[in-house]
Design a protein around this ligand. Structure first.
Ligand SMILES: NC(=O)c1ccc[n+]([C@@H]2O[C@H](COP(=O)([O-])OP(=O)(O)OC[C@H]3O[C@@H](n4cnc5c(N)ncnc54)[C@H](O)[C@@H]3O)[C@@H](O)[C@H]2O)c1
Length: 407
């Protein structure tokens, strides 16, 4: 079934031209250059969006060899022009010391691990360093905005305030908001003036494919809800609105419990301190400030590579059910007057391209159709999602303590 004819897709076209569009990359890892783990790859989307205009002025990454190896591959391909003058630096300070005026970035893409950003602490304050040296330069920041201690969330709000006060263009990598299926759900809600009653989200990852040991270590990744489930916590907020943080309750199945044993781990979990090992299941419920009720379950149980993720949004007479948003999004819509769901598919939809495309269009302030390019996730909103995921983690840890003390 095709979407309603009134529907406006997010803008996703390539822009032609010859003028330089300088971009600075912070982090030269999977999100920037792709990996077998998933479809993410910002450099690829930028190459397609900007074509010959793209000039990656520098890669900032302490893993200099990794960055150089990637550059070598890029220079050996048809996107050579974007990378032929790219330089690699270990830190932003090194880049600034060596920067020539022609290298001043027009956009900065931050894809370093979240443990190195989102705070005001030295070494984890890349945003503040950027504000100092490149005030007002647009930022694209990967999710989650941080993974530091919970007490540092207020520092993230300070960063959000600076971004707001300086009117810096800033987009956060919650790409699922850009899915055509998600925007269609929004349109149905708006067209029918619906009040959301409940959101029910489930995120089951394929753990066998997650080979990065830091992901399995709460002291590094802050745990699977904060690092990964954050996408669906964010989508829940996108539909349900602000969460009453004091209402969040949660339970977890832990790694040491009988039901939590996994047979296909590709990492050696014994290398992680027991107290830092991640839960296999986290299940939470909460009230939204509107009175609506939300729930979310994150599961580390599936093998293979495909995740199984679903989000249901209920309103009077309506069920909007989003299935498989990562691989092949399908939207099932049940409406008043019909007991059966209508099914919509969205072949070839690429939310990673849409989020980058909208970011660039907002920077360029395309005049012919200024309405069509929109940033759907800003820094302050992303801090709220981050705070929410911390509330879920803490609630599950509290409930474990209660269980342990009762036993
Ligand atoms: N939206 C998505 O679906 C999605 C997918 C993958 C990753 N991500 C996010 O992207 C971010 C990076 O993940 P990744 O998979 O690319 O990790 P990665 O480990 O593959 O790459 C991170 C890179 O950053 C470098 N780095 C470390 N410290 C740095 C610093 N201080 N400054 C600059 N670079 C530094 C590392 O050397 C590494 O090369 C994470 O926040 C992750 O959650 C999002």
């Amino acid at each position: 079934m095709s979407p309603p004819s009134c529907w406006k897709w997010p803008r996703t076209e390539h822009i032609g031209g010859v003028d330089r569009f300088n971009v600075l990359f912070i982090g030269a890892g999977n999100i920037m250059f792709g990996s077998p783990e998933g479809p993410w790859n910002h450099s690829f989307r930028l190459e397609h969006k900007l074509g010959l205009r793209l000039k990656v002025v520098a890669l900032i990454d302490p893993a200099v060899e990794r960055a150089n190896a990637i550059l070598e591959k890029k220079r050996d391909s048809f996107v050579l022009s974007a990378y032929q003058d790219t330089r690699v630096f270990k830190t932003l300070d090194d880049f600034i010391e060596n920067m020539q005026p022609k290298d001043k970035p027009r956009a900065i893409i931050i894809g370093s691990p979240p443990m190195f950003r989102g705070s005001l602490q030295p070494g984890r304050d890349i945003e503040s360093q950027i504000f100092k040296h490149f005030p007002g330069i647009p930022l694209f920041v990967e999710k989650p905005i941080a993974t530091g201690a919970k007490g540092e969330i207020k520092e993230a709000y300070t960063i959000a305030k600076t971004i707001r006060d300086t009117r810096t263009i800033c987009s956060i990598g919650y790409m699922l908001r850009y899915l055509k299926a998600v925007q269609m759900m929004k349109q149905i809600i708006q067209d029918n003036n619906l009040t959301i009653m409940s959101t029910i989200a489930r995120y089951a990852c394929a753990y066998e494919a997650i080979a990065k040991i830091d992901w399995w270590d709460k002291s590094k990744s802050a745990g699977p809800v904060i690092e990964q489930g954050t996408h669906f916590c964010d989508l829940s907020r996108y539909f349900g609105g602000e969460v009453d943080m004091s209402s969040v309750q949660a339970h977890s199945l832990e790694w040491h419990e009988n039901a939590g044993q996994l047979s296909k781990l590709t990492i050696d979990e014994s290398k992680i301190l027991p107290e830092n090992r991640i839960p296999r299941v986290t299940s939470a419920t909460w009230k939204y400030e509107s009175g609506a009720v939300g729930s979310f379950t994150h599961v580390v149980a599936l093998q293979g590579t495909n995740y199984s993720c679903e989000l249901e949004v209920y309103a009077d007479g309506y069920l909007l059910k989003l299935v498989n948003p990562y691989v092949q999004p399908v939207l099932h819509v049940r409406k008043p007057g019909d007991d059966f769901e209508q099914t919509h598919t969205f072949p070839e939809d690429d939310p990673f391209f849409s989020e980058i495309s909208n970011f660039i269009d907002v920077i360029e302030d395309i005049e012919e159709d200024p309405e069509s390019a929109t940033i759907l996730s800003n820094y302050e909103d992303a801090v709220k999602t981050y705070e929410f995921t911390w509330a879920i983690r803490e609630a599950s840890e509290r409930s474990r303590k209660v269980q342990t003390s009762v036993a």
